[in-house]
Design a protein. Structure first.
Length: 422
């Protein structure tokens, strides 16, 4: 592979606080150098960035893949296509597939499937079959390459089981990712409990179901000394509890997803099933609380929370439709809306999708550091586009942002120095 030189870029590296014009040189899949006065090596491939932003490739902490078992919704190949178009170069795959990723051979299989455009980091199932009954073989799954443990879209309900999971994960230098929703309160619900759900005749999910699970698992983290990570946190009460736990010094982290800081419950409109998510969209006060938690550092990462569904899953009465939205292609642009709105500095927004998830996972990526893998995204901060369901890259089209006008478009994505998009 010849050297690659990206000229005239706005270099952005949240880990180093770098925001400066310059160029970046790639050799043998690694970042060789970057700065203002780089020469052009003989035979190098030269790309003129024309002032566009060059940042580390995004690291997506949470995405569901249809494969294995639901290839009609999404395949690994189609997810990789969407990820590359969204500037994502590393993706953590949920284990609640069919079969569940509760066997070391399945972990190894999934990690091998991504190909040259995407690194897939599999989560191991916290319980066998993600059924919430018996703990999985954490040691064997970790040895096979599982980055952490979770039951994906299902909460680990029994407190004793969660305590065991936290203790076992700690013993193997890992953590547990929890879907923070008290199952007996949330079961059968379709929208956030309140005036809107009542008026629409929809079964409600109390916002308190999230805070209750967060408070319980914080207590279990305190008891076990384990590390709990809360996924797609969406309520102010849960974030307040996480903020207190961090101040106490407990091993507690969390992420959120773009719908929870860009949309509120009004997006479900007239039974708009593409906006039916899990957890459900919240009241405006909760959306504002998520925005504030992004700004003050309480939230550790922004994940796509990609949940692919086909038309048959969504063309149903709202209460029966499957929850979840496609999120790979829109992760960067929807997050940049917070930058354009003055709520987040650009470097902090990018850090939530690069260096901070990299630190959480112990990865060498997510930085523009000499010797680091040349996983890169080039994007225009101002270029506008509109999200249109049916025209997104990849197979999954069930976006809650259908019709949304956005500023910020990916122009190119490189994986280990090889261009995979643009």
């Amino acid at each position: 592979m010849s050297d690659l030189l990206l000229l005239n870029a706005r270099l952005l590296d949240p880990a180093a606080g770098l925001d400066a014009p310059g160029s970046l040189l790639v050799r043998d899949g690694l970042i060789l150098d970057h700065g203002g006065n780089l020469g052009v090596p003989e035979g190098a491939t030269v790309v003129d960035a024309e002032g566009a932003c060059l940042a580390p490739g995004l690291i997506d902490l949470r995405a569901a893949l249809g494969e294995p078992g639901a290839e009609h919704r999404e395949t690994i190949a189609s997810a990789a296509q969407a990820a590359a178009a969204g500037g994502i170069t590393t993706l953590c795959a949920l284990p609640d597939t069919t079969p569940a990723i509760d066997d070391p051979a399945l972990v190894a299989f999934l990690a091998r499937q991504a190909g040259a455009s995407l690194t897939i980091l599999p989560y191991g199932a916290a319980t066998r079959g993600c059924a919430g009954k018996d703990i999985s073989e954490f040691g064997l799954l970790r040895e096979a390459g599982a980055v952490a443990f979770t039951d994906g879209r299902r909460a680990i309900g029994p407190a004793r089981l969660m305590r065991l999971a936290l203790s076992y994960a700690r013993a193997f230098g890992s953590f547990v990712v929890q879907h923070p929703e008290e199952p007996s309160l949330a079961g059968g619900g379709a929208a956030t409990e309140g005036e809107r759900a009542t008026r629409m005749g929809l079964p409600g999910i109390p916002a308190a179901a999230e805070a209750m699970m967060v408070e319980r698992d914080i207590a279990l983290a305190r008891l076990s000394g384990g590390h709990v990570h809360f996924a797609h946190v969406s309520t102010g009460a849960a974030l307040a509890a996480i903020r207190r736990a961090k101040a106490e010094g407990l091993r507690v982290t969390c992420d959120t997803a773009p719908p929870y800081f860009d949309l509120n419950e009004t997006a479900i409109g007239e039974y708009r099933t593409y906006a039916k998510l899990s957890p459900p969209l919240r009241e405006e006060a909760d959306r504002l609380a998520v925005v504030a938690a992004l700004a003050d550092g309480t939230i550790d990462a922004i994940a796509s929370d990609h949940q692919p569904h086909d038309a048959d899953d969504k063309r149903l009465p709202f209460a029966q439709a499957e929850p979840g939205g496609a999120g790979l292609a829109t992760l960067l642009a929807v997050t940049l809306a917070q930058v354009h709105g003055g709520k987040l500095p650009l470097l902090e927004a990018l850090g939530l999708m690069t260096s901070r998830p990299a630190k959480l996972l112990g990865l060498e990526t997510g930085v523009l550091k000499k010797g680091a893998p040349a996983d890169l995204v080039l994007f225009s901060l101002e270029r506008g586009w509109q999200v249109v369901s049916g025209k997104l890259p990849g197979k999954a089209q069930n976006t809650p942002f259908d019709g949304r006008a956005l500023e910020g478009r990916v122009l190119g994505t490189w994986k280990a120095g090889r261009r995979v998009f643009g």
